[in-house]
Design a protein around this ligand. Sequence first.
Ligand code: SF4
Length: 509
Amino acid sequence: MSERWKTKDHNTLFQEKRYLEQAENKQQYEAACSVQQIAETEAFLQTAEYAEKNFNRQAATINPAKACQPLGAVLAGLGFADTLPFVQGSQGCVAYFRSHFARHFKEPVPVVSSSMTEDGAVFGGMRNLIEGLQNCTALYKPKMVAMSTTCMSEVIGDDLKAFIENARMEGAIAEDFPVPFANTPSFVGSHLDGYDNMMRSILSYLSEKDNDLQEKLPTGKINIVPGFETYTGNFAELKRMLNVMGVEYTILGDHSDNFDSPATGEYHYYTGGTSLADAAAAPGAKGTILLQKYSTKKVKKYLEKKWRHETMATFVPIGVRATDKLLESVKQLTGKKIPQELIDERGRVVDAMTDSHAYLHGKRVALAGDPDLLLGLISFCLEVGLEPVHIVCTNGDKNFAAEAEELLRSSPYGVEGKVYAGKDLWHMRSLLLTDPVDFAIGSTHMKFSAKDAGIPLVRIGFPIFDRHHMHRYPIIGYQGTLNVLTLIVNTLLQQLDDDAPDHSFDTVR
Ligand code: SF4
């Protein structure tokens, strides 16, 4: 290849002489620390003394494993057919939501904002909302707009209900055009609360009239609420398992097609999603299974109270035990048997776990992520003999901590496990440096502390920006469990090869 066409990445580009000289010259204007000062600080950050200071930290959060409320609301909105998420706030917030999802899913993300600026912040955002609704419905022709708020519109106290009514009165949208809305202030809670708030709002909007549930006609189906689910492969796996069981179902909030649409040469704003008619009919289902507990707390309460539904909530079903439990719940609600095909899959996963056990047994692991994912991962680790040691959950509350501790205590592999609810990834860094483990599991944000600790990171969770296509492979069900197992054991085997002296660089592991 000619020099002209060679594209250097920044690893090599910035090692060129001109850039090294430039960096050196800049230092005289930057009052930079000396090399020795940097080395001393780095060494201090690895001590138990610093870890104690770090855990006493009150006034700052560093690298939290969480995102903001409206981001979750956007994901909930994208789960419904022909629905456009609309965020009342500034373009900057929405650019963050779009880029966050686009970097993870490698897909465009249709979301609009009311583009509030300084005058909106001073005089209120009503005009922005009304004009925004008029423009986006005219341009993008959605059948529903799912509206959430940002910090700014919450601080100034925008009244969404009144503003949307005014939009109808002014004729900006039709009288009957559906605009479910949720207040999603991001100075409290996280993306999980935003998802929960928006999902509850959409379900109540579509199933009620004047605050009363519409006529409940039996559908013969069950409902599944996936929660803040960022693996499109999990949707495919879930549907496959239900189809194999012969179960009729409605997924309440299926955003998988929006984030995994085929490249046909034409862009469509809306792909797939739960039809609004199916969602409206969902109260007539036999019951509802929630695949995440901590991102659907309000949804669960709503379904039980208003829809009078039998609900079954689980954490992300990773591993044999958790998948068994999910299928048992489906069986209980539908009366369908678990078919031989799934029983055989279960047997294959158990076989694979046994094959890999020698390389997993007793390996110490640190985990970070959202509560439901962490519970699924802890459950999986304990099944295969991995020892979860540090569990950091920025979004975790005391209920999560108690549930995780109980799960850990259910197995001898969990005795060393400690749960850190509300802590961030800078706390995790101290833990990794003062009480080392063999590897870590978490999102891309954990790569820094894993690198500092010199351990491999298995990327599971959200967001994953620096590896491709991970979200396309399921991590739930027996098939997903096999994927998680493969990912972990091969990471450990790679490490074994990397560390092996010549006489132990074996062909067979
Ligand atoms: S935290 Fe608030 S200001 Fe920041 S992106 Fe989220 S909504 Fe916008």
